[in-house]
Structure formats: C-alpha cells, structure tokens
Design a protein around this ligand. Structure first.
Ligand code: PXL
Length: 280
C-alpha cells in the first residue's frame, strides 16, 4: 500500500473516524505536545483521544514549569478510552516521570493492547527545558520500548538513550541497531541536519534492513512541535494500516508541509502548522 501524497483517506461527515490515542503533555501555547497531536490528527481526518501526562506552563519563549498528572489518572484515561471508544493506534510524547512510564506500560500489558504504538521519547523542549526526569530513562528503555512498534528519537535523545554520538551514517546505523536491541519492532533515528543543512536524513531499522529517508529540510525558526507532528502523522498512517516504512514516508511529507505553513507566534518560536490543509 503506497500513499499518494501528504493526505490520508478522510471519512464522510457523520461517519466515525479512526481513532488515535495520544499519551502526552499539554502545551499551554498550543504548538507542541497533545495539542500538536490533536491538530494534525484532526486535519488528517482522524479522531484523537488523549491521556494527559503533565500540564506544562509555557509559551513560545520556553517551558517555565510543569505539573505531573498522578500515574493512576494517566492509566485511568488510557483504560477509559480503549475500553469504550477503541483506538487503532497510539503514540506517546512527554511522559515526565518513571512512575508515569511504568503505569503506561503496565496498563498497556493489562489491557493486552496490540495496536501500533509510536514512542517519541521526548526528553527536553527545543529550548533545552527538561521534560523527563533523568531517572526515567531506564523505564523508557526497559518498560516502554519493548512495547513500541516504532521509536522516534532525535540525535540528543539517541545520545541519552544509547550513549551514541551520531555524527555520520555509520554512527547513525550503530544507533539504530542499539535502539532496536532495546525491543521496539522498528527504530527511526531522526538525522536532523546530519548530512547537510538543507537535507533531513532519517534512518529506519527493523533488525534486518535499513531504510533511508532523505528529504529536503526546511529551515524556519518556527518549528515548535515538529517532532510531535511527525510521530502523530505516523500514528495516523499506522491506524489506517499502512506499513511502518510507508507511515514514515507519509509523515515526513506531512511535517514538511506543516513546516512550510509554520507561522510566527509570540516572541519566540512559532509552531509548525497543519492548518494548510484547510486551504487544499
Ligand atoms: O516537542 C516536544 C514536546 C512535547 N510535549 C510537550 C512539550 C514539548 C516541547 O516543548 O512542551 C508538552
């Protein structure tokens, strides 16, 4: 199954859309976190459910603080959603603490969930504000990664998770192998501007084959929520049943369009924007 472009099939008005569960933190500025997930998923024609993990106090200049949601409330949201509404895919973003990660993994296993799970191992904001306790890295590696269909770290997160400094394609491959060894079915190592400033070269690995995704890289200061948007679009494509490499290819096209449509907001970094979809 190959996707034609940057859109997914949209259900007719009144028909129940496919559902994706976003397990993520709230961004009061509306650009990243669960707000980014809901914006993209809605504009892709899916229904987003949420399990809120933390409430951040932030604007476009940075994250001032955050308040964690008690882990039993995070688990309760997941259970309430999947036992009634049902979801075809899920994704995780900011998870804040080890207790929350353990509760998500425990709930996932107890409910015997088998839908695709995209784990975006969010560790810090683009300004460098921490969004995950250092002590939680081990829970991420040992509890959540083995349940993941695909993990999507950027280069900073790769360094924290597997201790590899990705500087070229050999180290990118080594990182993909080390991440895959932690248990996810697939590992996507996002390359950032690894090869050149104007290319975005991501590497996907399933334990057997490497898949390279080399696409034009748009540089804009307004790229808040880019990683969340990529992972949300992947989850949307997986909910539709597309294979992981197709979901990655699709999500890269989607986030590129969202970067093209990014807008300034506040005094800092504006968000990537799926609103372009309203004009097409
Ligand atoms: O973009 C990563 C991210 C995810 N979730 C929340 C965030 C951020 C970045 O700031 O605030 C809630």
């Amino acid at each position: 199954m190959t996707l034609p472009s940057w859109f997914l099939p949209v259900p007719p008005a009144g028909a129940t859309p496919l559902r994706v569960l976003s397990i993520a933190g709230s961004d009061s500025g509306g650009g990243a976190g669960l707000q980014a997930d809901m914006r993209s998923l809605a504009l892709l024609g899916l229904h987003a459910c949420v399990a809120v993990t933390a409430v951040t106090v932030q604007n476009t200049l940075g994250v001032n603080s955050f308040h964690e949601v008690p882990e039993d409330v995070v688990a309760g949201q997941i259970e309430a959603v999947v036992t009634d509404i049902g979801v075809q895919a899920a994704k995780t973003g900011m998870l804040a603490s080890s207790a929350i990660i353990d509760a998500i993994a425990r709930t996932w296993r107890q409910l015997e969930l088998t839908v695709p799970l995209v784990v975006d191992p969010v560790c810090a904001s683009m300004h460098g504000d921490s969004l995950l306790a250092d002590s939680a890295l081990d829970s991420l590696r040992t509890q959540l990664f083995p349940l993941a269909t695909v993990v999507t770290p950027n280069l900073d997160e790769v360094r924290l998770l597997v201790g590899i400094d990705v500087v070229d394609s050999d180290t990118q491959r080594a990182a993909a192998k080390a991440l895959h060894a932690l248990g996810p079915a697939w590992a996507l190592v996002k390359g950032g501007h690894l090869r050149s400033a104007d290319r975005s070269c991501d590497l996907l690995y399933d334990g057997a084959d490497f898949y390279e995704f080399d696409t034009p890289r748009l540089s804009t200061g307004d790229d808040h929520g880019g990683g969340d948007t990529l992972a949300a679009a992947m989850a949307g494509a997986l909910a539709h049943g597309y294979p992981v490499p197709d979901a990655v290819a699709f999500a890269k096209r989607w986030v590129t369009e969202c970067l093209r449509a990014a807008y300034p907001l506040g005094g800092g970094h504006g968000p990537v924007s799926p609103l372009f979809r309203l004009h097409r």
